[in-house]
Design a protein around this ligand. Structure first.
Ligand SMILES: O=C(CO)[C@@H](O)[C@H](O)COP(=O)(O)O
Length: 218
């Protein structure tokens, strides 16, 4: 059970300090938004390069951008240990995933709430992670979409059939109130922004989330 706090809820004026607050987490989730794929604009390659230099934990880059076939490999080169592209934006997801792995990154595929998983199941051999969005991508602090839990269970079942180590990540509205149902449905990597950075003690929030997820593991 791994926790990946989203820096979207961190203080962008003090990112090095904010990363130090979550040094006990497994990953730092970096939300890259381009203002086109989603109606919000956050950060890009130079910031990811800078974060990779100072982060005590590996970067889990979630690319909410158009043309990931072109851009995603550059995020692997910039220091993203895990790079996740959106299937809705990718032209050739299989080649893209292979390229990411070739650069030494874990390859992730993200799915928006209205996108079904089944048409993309055959991509699993080339993936290290499937991210099931539990909000519409674009902003932190939104309400958790419990209606995505059947999709999490569907992905988990497909991963079980396929074998190998493919993680199932959830992102959006994950908190102490919602993480248990995510874990029960089959998620094993949990992105949490406001639930971690909104807490006075972010490290304690990470530990609490991990403990809750572990207690309710699929
Ligand atoms: O990718 C996104 C939003 O698009 C997420 O990473 C959110 O930033 C998570 O924030 P909370 O919902 O946990 O506040």
């Amino acid at each position: 059970m791994q926790i990946s706090p989203s820096i979207l809820s961190a203080d962008f004026a003090n990112l090095e300090t904010e990363l130090a607050r979550i040094a006990n987490a497994d990953w730092a989730h970096v939300d890259v938004m381009d203002g086109h794929f989603v109606p919000n604009l956050t950060l890009g390659l130079p910031i990811v390069e800078a974060l990779a230099r100072v982060s005590p934990i590996p970067l889990d880059c979630h690319l909410m951008i158009e043309d990931p076939d072109r851009w995603a490999p550059m995020y692997a080169e910039a220091g993203g240990a895990s790079v996740t592209f959106h299937i809705e934006a990718a032209r050739d997801p299989r080649t893209l995933a292979k390229n990411l792995r070739g650069l030494g990154a874990r390859a992730g595929m993200a799915i928006k709430p209205n996108t079904p998983f089944a048409p993309y199941e055959d991509l699993l051999p080339d993936l290290d992670m499937v991210l099931v969005m539990t909000v519409e991508p674009g902003f932190g602090g939104q309400s958790f979409m419990a209606d995505q839990m059947p999709k999490v269970a569907q992905v988990r079942e497909a991963v079980r059939r396929h074998g190998g180590e493919i993680w199932v990540q959830v992102d959006g509205g994950v908190s102490a109130k919602t993480i248990e149902e995510c874990a029960e449905a089959g998620a094993d990597v949990f992105v949490a922004g406001s639930a971690v950075y909104g807490a006075e003690d972010a490290a304690a929030a990470v530990d609490q989330l991990r403990a809750l997820a572990t207690a309710h593991a699929h």
